[in-house]
Design a protein. Structure first.
Length: 292
């Protein structure tokens, strides 16, 4: 619901029900279902140091948080939680996981103390039960695919966040099909955020060219963009034949698979907005997409 519509609704109800107490009004608004689907995002998270940077990418994330309707909770599918089988984090107070090495102490000092959402996590288990068994993980926190992004979108860490793991033993089509079972979460106000990178090849990083991409990086990234814009998802599921350099662009698909979770949940009426485009260090695509 847009803010203007919400204000009109509040005014109408308060005017027509003068005897309604504040406690009664609170109960109504607390239990109300959202009138529109919660936001659907794929974010190319890139370098963990983006958590500390003030650059065009992080400024885009900040603007995003100020623009989209605030969700009741956020489900993150991150490239950095790969498992055998599927798990959902039911942690009430998820820790900030610093799952990297070789960075300045300032990055390790960052905390993102968002609450978890055991209720929505349990509902996720229920929604996926016809496709697979989802185990509850009571210890997993927020990996850097989640918090380095959310730190800019919701800097106050005031939206509950929980994560769904990626079963790395399964093929791309499986992940796309699995994600479709999550559609009801968006109807209940849960933002779905896939966090990875469309092109991600650490073995070909070029530290001397921080803002450029190899030809095969650009070609693959643009091919993905075209199919996203066309709403043609099957070539993106079968990404390995998308371009001649696909094996270089996606040498391992851990960072690519979160995109498929996002695409699978695109409503027929939703259009993609490429809120950020760019390549880094030759072999990293930072493309980020909002569906609305």
């Amino acid at each position: 619901m847009k803010r203007s519509d919400f204000i009109k609704t509040v005014g109408l109800v308060m005017a027509t029900t003068p005897l309604m107490g504040l406690k009664d009004w609170h109960k109504i608004t607390e239990n109300a279902e959202p009138t529109a689907k919660a936001p659907l995002l794929f974010i190319g998270h890139g370098n963990p140091m983006n958590a500390l940077y003030n650059n065009t990418f992080t400024q885009t994330l900040t603007k995003l948080g100020q623009t989209v309707e605030k969700p009741k909770a956020i489900l993150v599918v991150s490239a950095h939680w790969l498992t055998n089988g599927t798990w959902v984090a039911t942690t009430a107070k998820p820790e900030t996981i610093h799952d990297f090495g070789g960075f300045p102490q300032a990055l390790f000092d960052v905390q993102y103390p968002a609450p978890g959402s055991p209720t929505f996590a349990t509902e996720t288990q229920t929604l996926l039960k016809d496709k697979t068994t989802v185990q509850a993980d009571t210890s997993w926190g927020l990996d850097h695919g989640a918090w380095t992004v959310l730190k800019h979108i919701y800097p106050n860490a005031d939206v509950p966040v929980f994560q769904l793991s990626i079963d790395y033993s399964k093929p791309p089509q499986y992940h796309y099909d699995l994600a479709k079972y999550l559609a009801k979460l968006r109807d209940k106000g849960v933002m779905i955020l896939g966090s990875g990178n469309i092109v991600h090849n650490l073995g070909r990083i070029d530290w001397n060219n921080p803002n450029t991409g190899y030809d095969w990086t650009i070609e693959f990234d643009e091919a993905v963009k075209k199919h996203i814009n066309d709403g043609n998802h099957q070539p993106l599921i079968d990404y390995i034949t998308l371009t001649k350099g696909a094996n270089l662009a996606v040498p391992t698909n851990d960072h690519y698979l979160p995109l498929l979770y996002t695409l699978a949940l695109q409503d027929a009426k939703e259009k993609p907005s490429h809120i950020y485009e760019g390549n880094e260090m030759g072999s990293i695509s930072m493309r980020s997409v909002l569906f609305s």
